[in-house]
Design a protein around this ligand. Structure first.
Ligand code: HMG
Ligand code: MG
Length: 300
């Protein structure tokens, strides 16, 4: 059966913008996050505390975070290492995400580490986050869960091993990333079943689909039918990873909300406001939103 409620983890301000070539002014990013919060979204990934040379678009994390931290929503941020955690904690962040890879090629391209070196880098991050005050919530992203641009199809046991490692080090939740958008629903169900067999409960799993082949919604529906209730999406379908060839935009939050509304599944999101927000952001970026739902519902 399907869940009655889905928690949307909005990644537009982070995954959505990180790939934009032209630098978006900090004030525009802050306004984007504020407008997203005004739609009823409750978890809005704000930025990344990564090396500014690796992701120049998010080099303004220190300036942006204080502009939005007073909003009544959860504002997770990406932290690759202890330096990133220090920067996030200094600004009062209470939700962080580390980001691992299921493949060696992407671990090298994205983190300049092997898979296991990256896990070793995250270990003190998670430990210190959990020990900080009443505990900082830690999400563990896992990229390349289905296919990798250099290595092709990724064997399920390889993915399960890294999921297990992230949970064992103390991550509160996992997000299964289809970084380049090649997954199809059968593959999604295979991975979810394999994780359950290794005693990973579905309740800690979120799904993170990019929409390169137009499969993101179908994959999401399969995951929901399996019992997943956390879904990552990006307003307007913005996004992509600069370190993964052929990565395109994320599942558009509007397309997701349209489907969930039709299924009678509660998200707490006002679709009209969300469409208006993405249409506004598309204007800031100077090109139309790739989301079918945004195009269908926005009237310029
Ligand atoms: P490195 O070059 O190996 O860094 O990069 P290092 O550890 O050797 O340190 C070198 C210098 O960088 C040092 O400075 C550090 O202090 C500094 P120096 O002592 O030489 O003056 N440094 C930092 N400065 C600021 N903030 C930091 C930081 N860390 C080190 N956090 C590193 C390793 C991890 C830093 C680099 O590879 C990096 O920043 N990578 C980030 C890549 C990224 O953000 N990718 C996109 C997000 S992942 C994604 O999009 C996928 C996802 O959406 C899911 C999916 O779709 O699959 C999540
Ligand atoms: Mg992504």
């Amino acid at each position: 059966g399907l869940p009655t409620r889905v928690r949307i983890h909005e990644v537009g301000a982070r995954d959505g913008l990180q790939n934009e070539k032209v630098t978006v002014p900090t004030q525009v990013k802050a306004e984007f996050v504020r407008r997203l919060a005004g739609t009823g979204l409750t978890t809005i990934e704000a930025t990344s505390f990564v090396h500014p040379k690796w992701v120049p678009q998010l080099a303004d994390a220190e300036q942006l975070f204080p502009l939005v931290s007073g909003l009544p929503v959860e504002l997770p941020v990406l932290v690759p290492n202890e330096r990133g955690l220090d920067r996030a904690l200094a600004l009062g962040a209470r939700r962080v995400a580390v980001f691992a890879s299921a493949t060696e090629s992407f671990a090298k391209a994205n983190l300049n580490r092997t898979v296991d070196e990256a896990l070793a880098m995250f270990e003190p991050v998670v430990e210190r986050a959990k020990a900080d005050g009443d505990g900082v919530h830690v999400r563990g992203y896992l990229s390349m869960c289905f296919g990798d641009p250099w290595e092709g199809a990724v064997p399920v046991p390889q993915v399960v091993r890294v999921c297990r490692a992230l949970l064992d080090m103390g991550c509160d939740e996992l997000s299964l990333g289809d970084t380049i958008g090649v997954a199809t629903p059968g593959h999604v169900l295979q991975l979810l079943a394999a994780l359950n067999e290794e005693h990973v409960p579905t309740s800690v799993l979120g799904v993170h689909f990019h929409d390169t082949y137009g499969q993101a919604l179908a994959n999401t529906l399969a995951a929901l039918q399996h019992g997943v209730t956390t879904v990552d999406a990006s307003a307007g379908g913005l996004g992509g990873c600069p370190f993964a060839k052929s990565a395109t935009g994320n599942l558009a939050t509007e397309d997701l909300v349209w489907m969930l509304q039709g299924l009678g599944i509660d998200t707490g999101v006002d679709l009209g406001r969300l469409v208006a927000t993405s249409a506004w952001m598309a204007g800031q970026l100077g090109r139309p939103s790739p989301s079918r739902t945004v195009r269908a519902l926005s009237h310029e």
